[in-house]
Design a binder for this molecule. Sequence first.
Ligand code: PLP
Length: 393
Amino acid sequence: MNRDFFKYQAQTTPFASGFEVEKAEGSYIYGKDGKAYLDFVAGVSANTLGHSHPKIVKAITEQAGKYLHVMVYGEYAQEKPVALCQLLAKATPEPLEVTYLVNSGAEAIDGALKLAKRYTGREEIISMVDSYHGNTHGALSVSGNETHKREFRPLLPMVNFIRFNDEAELQKITEKTACVIAETIQGAAGFLVPDFSYYKKLKSRCEEVGALLILDEIQPGFGRTGKLFSFEHFGIVPDILVMGKGMGGGVPVGAFMSSKKIMETLSHSPKLGHITTFGGNPLIAAASFATLTEVLESGLMEQTQKKEQLFRELLVHPKIKNINGMGLMLAVNLENPDYTLSVAKKCMEKGLIVFWQLYRNEYMRLSPPLTISEGEIRKGCQIILECLNEINE
Ligand code: PLP
């Protein structure tokens, strides 16, 4: 155990495992204990292409050899951030066109909320019960879990909540609403996929009253559900798209994207409507551009459905109640949070990393890299089944 980790590196959980990492490559993390661990969590959906993908490492190394940080956001035209934003514009449907690069998912959420308020001139934000959008004051304000918010009030005013995937609630969106924000697939709540018709109705209600629709794709983003972004499954396009995590392939990043018309409102009255020193950092942009290029060109996205199917075929056990989710973001319902924790610990002992969902600890999280092989899926599922057989509730 690394005592200095617990002594000097601030923790906000009493339960950190303190697992010590030697190196990581592909679908494996290698511990300082000399063991290899198959990773079904991928840095909580961040390592889209597995660990230390050679193309990402090459892109970072090449950029590091040229220059690192040179100026705050938006002043200089730097090759990699420009290329990333251009490729995002090409790869997403209209009217999504311009991208503002930031440092994390939560910052991207804050930027998106500011943009919606600024564009509409309205104050009310509507979010979803059980949503998770991050931990800055702004992102926490629109997150729909009281336990995580209570002690940090006052938060943003004028934030109201509706139930996710409940059409009857859509009437609460009115002419006073600046924006509705939703995770396209609710993550912390257990990878909840809404009914197919839900987003069309939500979007049309937003259009009716002039509210903007913000979709948080921080977890599905970059291909995890078989499309670059999961809203593409639902036949709509958000007014503001938020991404993070998996777009970096292992480096810290976030972004919000919209039409030029909407985004321009952050550039006047006041100008500098959102600024950040390191947003659009060339090293990070190089990694993200390499990730996006590989996701678009490798055929990995197209394989996710088959891989999901394999997980579903293999993970059949009396202790598994159901499996939520889509593509390679799956939540396995073991009904009892303590049991799920015991299974996760046992899996780790046997060389498999799994986790649990933030609000619904009874759900075991499976979000492996898109590069996971069929053999690795079989191997990991075998370990899970062994653990379920060995541990009694
Ligand atoms: N939104 C969703 C759906 C997330 O899953 C997360 C992170 O888990 C965030 C926002 C916040 O992103 P970050 O942790 O990069 O601030």
